[in-house]
Design a protein around this ligand. Sequence first.
Ligand SMILES: *Cc1c(COP(=O)(O)O)cnc(C)c1O
Length: 392
Amino acid sequence: MKGFEYLQKELDEMKEQGVFRNLIPLESPQGSKVNINGKEVIQLSSNNYLGLTDHPKMKEAAIEAVEKYGAGTGSVRTIAGTFSMHEEFEEKLANFKHTEAALVLQSGFATNQAVLSAILTKEDVVISDELNHASIIDGIRLTKAGRRIYKHVDMQDLENALKETQDYRTRLIVTDGVFSMDGNIAPLPEIVELAEKYDALVMVDDAHASGVLGRNGRGSVDHFNLNGRVHIQVGTLSKAIGVLGGYVAGPKTLRDYLIHKGRPFLFSTSHPPAVTAASSAAIDVLLEEPELIEKLWDNTKFFKEELTKLGFDTGISKTPITPVIVGEEALCHRFSDKLFDYGVFAQGIAFPTVAKGKARVRTIVTAQHSKEELQQALNAFEKAGKELGIIK
Ligand SMILES: *Cc1c(COP(=O)(O)O)cnc(C)c1O
């Protein structure tokens, strides 16, 4: 079809530079091992931290919900698409997170867009970590609020930003709880102290901390014992929770406001019954099977230590996200390809997702991996790493 030549030209350039990537379809359920291209490989690239994507209790809850309530909801939440299960689940989430209220949206991405675009006007300013997730950046783009980006986890720069912005009505500091590319944890206690000193609000996006950090996976706020001192907690149901969706947990005022002004909430259809039922069952699993989180951290410790012993640079991670930093983009993709040949699926990530010269194979171990699988993966890393001269 004519009219897209200019797009094709750009794609061709990407192919020449070796940065054009094809999607890689799984031919099996998500898990510690998956089938790709007819081959069984160890999965180290998913966000399925606790292996919940096919947890029996959640599948059962989803099937029952489909039988009882159908495949879809037929409306947005604010018109005719709120089911009692949606509200029951939100109350359960609020209890779980120790907040007054919670509101579920279609995705974590939509949640950041909804919150940031709704609550900030040109009288306000948003103060944002430079490495925050794309959905925060895009949410900020939708507001007329002032913007001040502070250097990554740099508390001196954050304090400067707070000093510079004293004339605004509301000042909202926003940060990822766990940064998705390096796996480091935001210094929330220091952020909260600065916020209290300068009378600012704090919003934390716990996409990679939900189900991973804190008691029973309650997130970074609970991890640092900051319950009641962080104004807005965004979470996702799409990563460790194993289903799909995002939510905001905070004061009832915020929930009520977003129901009226959060555009993705207002103008996009509510979650199908299966999604809500499975997500709700996942919260039960977090409460009833804390051993999953223990196993996740046990595997994390083992895998990180062994990678370091082999001589790989795993950066500054403090969480199950373990980057294996290679540097050069083409080498990184060759490393990932070789790992696949040796039975490991670990995707390369390069510019613009991470800085130039910081290309990496990003790994995430899960509670589902056995030690044998992790050892097999380590053997593959050793072999591929030596062949490419990444380690000696
Ligand atoms: C993955 C991610 C999101 C998006 O969550 P989805 O539920 O997948 O839309 C938002 N914020 C951060 C920090 C993330 O890592």
